[in-house]
Ligand binder design. Structure first.
Ligand SMILES: NC(=O)c1ccc[n+]([C@@H]2O[C@H](COP(=O)([O-])OP(=O)(O)OC[C@H]3O[C@@H](n4cnc5c(N)ncnc54)[C@H](OP(=O)(O)O)[C@@H]3O)[C@@H](O)[C@H]2O)c1
Length: 240
């Protein structure tokens, strides 16, 4: 492996957008640490992607598991340039704030907010040592006040804890990017748009997974003078 080969870690990459982000980064010649919460799923998914791809077991909700995974990365390859926080939990569309089971809501927040936060904290020591460090958080218009189709106030209160978790992780991006301004670590949130990662999505107008993933790869591969603290889709700014 050439020392100049950039290294990216993608969470929740056994399927869906994360898997496609891993594929696109590997196709660019990157070393991709393809992580999934089940070790076997990571191995199987890594085997399905061409290029330099290594499986990594990483359940973002497990403090011990995250520490173990990051120790593995520190040992080999010993460096990390980009972290893509893609893993997420979803909820039924029928869940509303007034009736939501709060234990279930807490579990969604644990993955979508605290999982992202936990993995990012654990990755920062390696990222700080990178020449071109980037943190990408896969957010969603569902957590935005500005999204006219799926935003917080646009969908009649549906999928409450998912939207709240994505709004919270957007706030994490804004806060962390502000803290890290001037360090060279660019921190951005990306909404992939409605993407066909589940049955029936195409009939609802969802776009191909490759298109949703491309905007995530854009944020992962920003130049040093690229933006930080922003929210984007397809490389274009979105309102929070
Ligand atoms: N698809 C869309 O239309 C859309 C729109 C806006 C935003 N997004 C965002 O895009 C990202 C990817 O979504 P997707 O549609 O590709 O979803 P997906 O196909 O359901 O993939 C989600 C991935 O996250 C993993 N995951 C869940 N909990 C985890 C945990 N605790 N630790 C590690 N991995 C975990 C899942 O692993 P398992 O396989 O083990 O369950 C799965 O691989 C998410 O952040 C989502 O919110 C998607």
């Amino acid at each position: 492996m050439e020392q100049s080969q950039p290294v990216a870690l993608v969470t929740g990459a056994a399927r869906g957008i994360g898997h496609e982000v891993a594929r696109q980064l590997a196709a660019r010649g990157w070393l991709v640490l393809l992580s999934a919460r089940r070790a076997e799923a990571a191995v199987e998914a890594a085997g399905s992607v061409a290029g330099s791809v290594r499986p990594l077991a990483l359940d973002t909700t497990s403090p011990d598991g995250v520490a173990r995974a990051m120790a593995e990365v520190e040992a080999d390859p010993g460096r990390l340039d980009v972290l893509v926080n893609n893993a997420a939990a979803f909820v039924d569309w029928s869940e509303t704030a007034s009736t939501a089971d709060l234990d279930a809501a807490r579990a969604v927040l644990d993955t979508n907010l605290f999982g992202t936060w936990r993995v990012t904290q654990a990755a920062l020591p390696l990222l700080r040592a990178s020449a071109h460090p980037r943190v990408v958080v896969v957010g969603s218009g569902a957590g935005s006040h500005a999204d006219p189709a799926f935003g917080l106030t646009a969908r009649g209160g549906a999928a409450a804890s998912y939207g709240i978790s994505k709004a919270a992780v957007g706030a994490l991006v804004a806060t962390l990017a502000t803290e890290l301004a001037g360090t060279g670590i660019l921190v951005n949130a990306v909404c992939p748009g409605l993407t066909a990662t589940y049955p029936g999505a195409e009939a609802m107008g969802a776009r191909p997974v490759a298109d949703g993933a491309a905007g995530v790869v854009w944020a992962a591969t920003l130049p040093d003078d690229g933006p930080t603290g922003g929210f984007f889709r397809d490389g274009q700014p979105l309102g929070w």
